[in-house]
Structure formats: C-alpha cells, structure tokens
Design a protein around this ligand. Structure first.
Ligand SMILES: CCCCCCCC(=O)CC(=O)SCCNC(=O)CCNC(=O)[C@H](O)C(C)(C)COP(=O)(O)OP(=O)(O)OC[C@H]1O[C@@H](n2cnc3c(N)ncnc32)[C@H](O)[C@@H]1OP(=O)(O)O
Ligand SMILES: NC(=O)C1=CN([C@@H]2O[C@H](COP(=O)(O)OP(=O)(O)OC[C@H]3O[C@@H](n4cnc5c(N)ncnc54)[C@H](O)[C@@H]3O)[C@@H](O)[C@H]2O)C=CC1
Length: 731
C-alpha cells in the first residue's frame, strides 16, 4: 500500500510494503489512488514519492510476476500516468531504487537521493528487461551507451555516479532526512515548467551512433553473458529508443518483456534469486535443528593456519568482513612472507580502486597478527585450518588445537574432501569441529560449503554459517561425505567427458558444446587453467594413475571400474596447463595466451585409441550435454537421498557459485526439473543398462526412480517432501 499526507503544499506518497517496498498490485493501486487525491487537491502544488523503512523501492514484486500483466494499473501503465501528471513529482530516493523502483523514479519529473543510495536496473539478472519504460526512458536521460552499460549488465551504481550522468538532480548527505530534504526541494520547483522534465519527451542524445554502440555491447555481452538471452533483448530494446518515437519504442519493449517473462531462463534466474535468500535458513535434515532455533557464538578473534593458496584468500575474506583480530600461522618462512605480502598487495589494490578507504586498509593491516606457536591461539574464537590436504598433518594440528584452544572455540577445516569426522575425533571435543570449504581464490569466490560433521554441535554449525554470511558468501550447509557436494558431483563430469574423448570426441569439440550451453569455459580449458596436476594428485592417492599401474595391467580399468588414462598421459608428459609454458589439453600462445588446438594432444588421443582398438565415432552436441551433465544430476539425487543436502536449491547454489555452472539454467537440479525427470531417468537408465557396474556413476539414484515412478514429473519444490513421504510410508 501507499500512505498519503500533505505538508506545506506538498503531497507525500510513501510506499509502505516491508521489507523492501516491492511494487505489488496493492502498492501500485495505492500510488495511483494517492496521485488522484494529490491532483484533485487544489492546495497541493507538488508531490513527493518516497519509501518508508529501509529503502525507496526495489522494483516489481517478483512473487507476483505471473499476474503482473493482468491487474490495473500494471507497472507500465502506472509510469505513464505518473509522468503525465500536471503537478511536478519528485522521487525521494534512499536505500535502493532498483528495477521498477527506478522506473517509477524515471517517470517522476525530478529525482533527489541520499549519497548512500544505490540505483540499478537489474532485471536482466532475472532474465527479463526493465519493462516499465526503463529501456525507453533511461536512454533519453543518459544516452544509449550508458544505458546499455546499465541495463545489459544490471549492476548497481552509487547515487553520485547516477548524479554525474544526469539521473539524479540533487544529492543530499547520507545522514540527511530524505523526506524533509525532498519536501524542501519540491517547494523550490513549484511553478516551474514541466516541459523538459518529462523524460519520454526528450530526444536521445547519441542516437546517431546507435549501430556502432550496439556492436560494441553485442561483443561484450556475447563474452560476459554466454548463452543468456535477456542481455541481447535488452540491447535490442534500447536500440529502438534511438530509432523510434517513444510510443513505438514502448511497443517493442513490451514485446521484449512478453517474450522473456516466463521463459526457462527467467524461471531459472528467479529460482536462483530466491535460492540465495532461502539458503540462509539452514536446517539439519531430520533433527528439527535450524537457523531459527540456534544461535551462533560471538566471534571476535579468528585464526587461519596455513598461508598458501587458500589461507591467504580466507584471511582476506575475514578482513573484508570486518574481523579486527586475525591471527595467521604458517610454518614455512617463504610461504609466510609471500602470503602476507599477497594480502597487503590485494588490500593496497582495493584502496587504490576505492573499494575500501585508506583508513579501512590500515585497520585491516593492523588486524593481521602473525603467530608462531599454538599457545598464541588460546583465546581465539574460531580457527580455520588451511594446510596441505593430508590427513596426518591435519590430525596433528587439530590434536594441538584441541589442547590449547578454549573449550568454546570453533575449529574448522578447509579440507576439500577429507573426512571431517576423522579429523574431529583427535580433539577432546569433536562437537567443536566443522568443515568450512572455501573455493579458490577464497577472497573472490562467493561460495562457502560448510560441512557438518556427525558430532558438530548446532551452535558450532550456526557459527560457521553466520561467519560465511558475514563474509558475504553464499553459505551452504552440507553433510560429511567424500568430496562433500560440489567435488563429489563434479568428478563425474570430468570422468564422463574423458570417456567421450576415448570414443571419438576431441577436447575442443567438448568445450565448444559446453560453452554453448553457457559455461564460461569448457571442461578442458578449466583443467588447463587450474592445473591438470590437481586431479592427478587426487588420483595418485587412490593409486589410479597410469604410472602406478603394474606392467600388463589393463589400461582402461582401475579397481574393476572403467577408467580413462588420457589425463594421466597429459600430466606425465609435463602438460599441466597454463603454468607449464602454456601446454595442457590446448596450447596457449602469445602474450594473450590465445587458445589453440595442439596436434600433439590430438596425436596422443589418436594413438591411444589405435592402441586400444577403439574405432572413433561421431559424438554430437546432444550426447555431449547428456553425458557431461546427467551423471552429475544423478549424483545430486543421491546426495538428496542421503540427506547430505537438505534441498535441491543448496546443490544448485554450490554448482553455480563454485563450479561456474551457468546461472541462467538454474543449476543442475533446476535444469533437470526443466528437462523433466522422466527424460532424465530414461537417459540415465539407458547408459546404466549399457555400462553396468563398470560405470557406477550411471547407476540411477533410487530417489529419482521413486519420484518418477510415483509422481511422474513432480515440481522441484516438492521433491524432498515427496521422497520423505515415500520413505516414511515404506517403513
Ligand atoms: C506489464 C508490466 C510489466 C512489468 C514488467 C516488470 C518490469 C520491471 O522492471 C520488473 C522489476 O522491477 S523486476 C525487479 C527488479 N528488482 C530486483 O531485481 C531487485 C531484487 N532485490 C535485490 O536485489 C535485493 O533484495 C536488494 C539489493 C534490493 C536488497 O538486498 P538486501 O540484502 O538488503 O535484502 P534481501 O534479503 O535481498 O531482501 C529482503 C527480502 O525482500 C525480498 N525481496 C527483495 N526484492 C524483492 C522483489 N523485487 N520482489 C519481491 N521480494 C523481494 C527478498 O526475497 C527477501 O525476502 P526474505 O528472504 O523473505 O526476507
Ligand atoms: N587449492 C584449492 O583450490 C583448494 C584447496 N582446498 C584445501 O585447502 C587446504 C589448503 O590448500 P592450499 O592452500 O591449496 O595448499 P597450499 O599448499 O597452497 O598451502 C598450504 C600451506 O600450509 C602450510 N602448512 C603446512 N603445514 C603447516 C602447519 N603444520 N602449520 C602451519 N602451516 C602449515 C604450508 O607451508 C603451505 O604454505 C587443503 O586442505 C586443500 O585441499 C580447498 C578448496 C580449494
């Protein structure tokens, strides 16, 4: 709804729909009714639209999208009514003016804002476009070039930047009273002509350059938003602002929004938006323990052990989260010096770019406390261990931590696959131990996969979850199993793509198909970037690599299971990827490390096939997608079945934020939901029937089988409930 009042000739329409004043049908109706009152009241000479509570307005109510077009006034009807008002309207912005909220502001005749306010047209991130005149009004205010930048990427901008380019007419200090300031501003414009204040009537300044600008953004969007449809539709709509009169441009915008709204990509992106919020409400399956009934302990002092690749990023994340005391412990002198230097350089970079102030930088550097022995950690609240991936080294460290740390201290390991319970057992209080699995580089990657051990106490879990949120991470709680959720699922992706190389595909073909699907890089380029030796080291632990096999051992089998040794040959011939002189699955040439196909790799694959008498066959794109992605989906169902994840959203967030799964497909489980479970199961069963025990990743998940058998193609939101009911009724 919207509240209405009048103060000194100024009518105030304040949006009132906590927590973020989304433009629900009630709010839109409220604005319209208030506007009518203001227009009819002869004592009112100007109008202010503001937001109650923490923000101006975050845009359309996403939960009402399905009915958005039906109820009067819909958003695009409302903005035109506002703009044509005979009385001047001032938008008073604090907090956020996002999406439809900014479109309402653009329809007002003046816009004022607190300096702390943020503005954006982020609709593209929901797979749609600003369909309430945003693509037609913004270009008339700030030109085509800036509009494409704002709308095709949907990023947020400060009020100051918005003022610099002409969106905001007046900025007030962040501590000013926005309503008071806006009312005074409104009084100052009473009686002024509105002729140049109706944005839809303005010409587009850089209209003549539209083709050139369009080409530029098409290139950028093609690279940055691979596979996403909405950014291109946004560019097209903005182009029409340059070429057509406003009314005609609006028709094109309308066609754009109608095409996008309800599309699979939009559904996927909206699912992601809510998943990112829902995941904060963690729960331990089957226990009734959850975020609502468990409090974290207060964390002021944190320690990080190991300042290698991961440790330094974790330290940076803690400093950015405002932790004022971060002890760092690193045995190796060179690693310690390099690590500290790395951290300081990154902080310098943040300060130089204005991400943090000089004062913040200094206080972050002051918060760093190098320590040399475990005794110095005795009053630490949270310790995060990030040393080598070795069970014996980790056990040694946790045994010492268990002796010196205070009983309430939370002891976390950043292991990427080891058993958290086994580590916990060496401490006197295993309930204090938890996994905090960061992703490299930890100060950049948004994902934190927290692992609850079988003994981890609810309070310890709550503390790890809370710390993740303080660091601004998408923090997902998962159960303890080998590789947890992400690595456990992703392994099948690499295994099955390598099988396709054996059978007839080549790395460039697989990568091209995966990039078309939306991955920023294909499986083989990712291998080269992160280092093919990482997987090799892992396989070595399980005595699987080529060199570890006795003479005469079958080349394509390990421990009775199908195996492809091509990745081993690659590493054993020194092709680790970017870091080994640009040689991996591909060759990276020149200053720009241009990716090229390397005949040496092609010959290696060909001769391996000949040696093993494999007759190569043509593998098409559809097969590549199915074989690369379906085993991973199948594993996702097994993870749900075992209660390692509580719901499909958690799995999807992990794959999207940790493994670059294309967001616009919603993650593997949502993708499966879009494809339909019966088809997914059919494909999995076909492969399982052909491969059998030699390829256990194709063994259909029992949960998937039960869902399809009992419910056909149930909605993703019901999967876990239906499964629980089925299992319960079978007991
Ligand atoms: C024929 C007519 C055609 C019309 C076509 C439509 C044309 C349009 O142009 C459509 C639009 O406006 S689409 C919406 C564009 N706006 C956005 O995407 C902003 C989404 N919100 C944010 O980014 C953050 O909430 C934000 C950064 C703003 C704030 O972040 P915070 O971290 O402070 O707060 P959150 O935890 O994210 O949010 C608090 C609660 O509010 C819910 N929420 C946020 N935005 C919403 C929205 N736009 N609609 C409905 N609910 C929304 C959010 O889910 C959260 O709820 P709880 O988790 O239950 O607390
Ligand atoms: N590198 C990656 O992409 C990821 C690694 N991880 C996990 O994070 C942990 C660390 O991995 P990285 O940082 O890559 O390893 P790293 O080899 O880069 O760094 C480990 C550091 O720990 C130090 N260290 C070893 N024993 C120590 C001790 N007793 N006390 C203090 N310092 C000690 C070493 O000197 C080294 O600097 C491992 O468990 C790994 O599995 C988790 C996610 C991703």
């Amino acid at each position: 709804m919207a509240n209405y009042s009048v103060r000194n000739q100024v009518a105030i329409i304040s949006l009132c729909s906590p927590p973020v004043n989304a433009l629900s049908s009630d709010v839109r109706r409220g604005i319209l009714d208030s506007l009518k009152k203001a227009e009819q009241d002869v004592k009112v000479a100007a109008i202010v639209i503001c937001g109650e509570g923490r923000t101006f307005c975050v845009g359309a109510d996403i939960t009402e999208f399905k009915s958005e077009f039906k109820t009067f006034p819909n958003l695009f009807e409302l903005v035109d009514i506002l703009e044509s008002s005979p009385k001047p309207i001032v938008a008073a912005i604090h907090g956020h003016a996002f999406g439809g909220g900014l479109e309402v502001a653009l329809a007002c005749h003046y816009r004022v804002a607190l300096s702390s306010a943020k503005l954006a047209l982020p609709e593209v991130k929901l797979g749609i476009l600003p369909g309430a005149g945003g693509t037609q009004r913004l270009p008339r205010l700030i030109g085509i070039d800036s509009s494409m930048q704002w709308i095709a990427f949907g990023d947020e901008y400060s009020a100051q930047i918005a003022a610099n380019i002409g969106i905001i007419d007046r900025i007030f200090p962040s501590n000013a009273d926005i309503l008071e300031s806006a009312v005074q501003y409104a009084q100052s414009i009473i009686g002024k002509s509105l002729i140049n204040r109706r944005v839809s009537k303005l010409p587009v300044k850089d209209a003549s350059k539209v083709s050139h600008i369009m080409e530029k953004y098409k290139q950028i969007v093609g690279k940055k938003s691979r596979g996403a449809i909405a950014p291109m539709v946004c560019l097209e709509a903005i182009k029409h602002a340059a070429l057509l009169p406003y009314v005609e441009g609006m028709k094109k915008e309308r066609m754009g929004i109608e095409a996008l709204m309800g599309s699979d990509q939009s559904k996927s992106l909206i699912y992601m938006f809510f998943a990112e919020r829902q995941v904060r409400n963690w729960t331990i399956p089957g226990t009734g323990i959850n975020s609502k009934n468990t409090k974290p302990i207060k964390v002021e002092k944190v320690a990080v052990i190991g300042l290698g690749t991961m440790g330094r990023g974790i330290v940076l994340s803690l400093l950015k989260a405002g932790i004022k005391h971060v002890s760092v412990m690193e045995l190796n002198k060179t690693a310690r010096e390099n690590g500290l230097l790395f951290i300081k350089n990154i902080l310098e970079g943040y300060a130089a770019r204005g991400t943090i102030s000089e004062t913040q930088k200094r206080s972050m550097v002051d918060a760093l406390k190098p320590v040399s022995n475990f005794e110095m950690l005795k009053d630490t609240d949270l310790v995060i261990e990030a040393v080598f991936e070795s069970m014996s080294i980790k056990k040694d460290i946790f045994a010492k931590l268990g002796q010196v740390c205070k009983p309430s201290a939370v002891l976390a390991t950043n292991t990427s696959a080891l058993d958290v319970d086994e580590i916990a057992m060496v401490t006197p209080k295993p309930k204090q131990v938890v996994g905090m699995h960061f992703f490299a580089p930890a100060h950049v990657m948004k994902l934190l996969e927290n692992v609850r051990g079988s003994k981890s106490s609810p309070q310890v879990i709550a503390t790890a979850m809370n710390m993740g949120q303080r660091m601004g991470k998408v923090t997902v709680l998962v159960g303890n199993c080998h590789g947890f959720v992400g690595n456990r699922m992703f392994r099948h992706y690499t295994v099955e793509t390598d099988f396709m190389l054996e059978e007839g595909a080549y790395p460039e073909q697989v990568d091209t198909v995966l990039k078309k699907f939306g991955f920023a890089m294909g499986r083989y380029q990712v291998g080269d970037l992160s280092g093919n030796d990482i997987g090799y080291r892992m396989r070595t632990k399980f005595e699987m690599t080529n060199k570890q096999q006795p003479p005469g051992a079958p080349e394509r089998e390990r421990h009775g299971v199908r195996y492809c040794p091509l990745a081993d040959f690659l590493v054993e011939s020194g092709r680790l990827g970017y870091k080994s002189d640009g040689k991996g699955w591909f060759r990276y040439l020149g200053k720009n490390r241009e990716l090229t196909v390397d005949n040496e790799v092609t010959s290696m694959i060909d001769s391996y096939r000949r040696r093993n008498k494999i007759v190569p066959r043509k593998i098409n794109g559809e097969e590549i997608i199915e074989r690369a992605l379906y085993p991973l989906i199948n594993e996702g169902f097994k993870i749900l079945e075992e209660g390692i994840a509580s719901n499909p959203m958690e799995i999807d967030l992990i794959l999207v934020h940790g493994y670059a799964w294309p967001r616009h497909t919603g993650g593997p489980m949502f993708y499966a939901h879009l494809i339909g479970l019966p088809k997914i199961l059919r494909v999995i069963e076909r492969h399982w029937n052909n491969a059998g025990l030699r390829e256990p990743h194709w063994e259909p998940s029992k949960m998937l089988v039960r869902l399809v058998k009992n419910h056909g193609n149930p909605d993703i939101m019901s999967w876990t409930t239906l499964e629980r009911e089925t299992v319960r009724s079978a007991l």
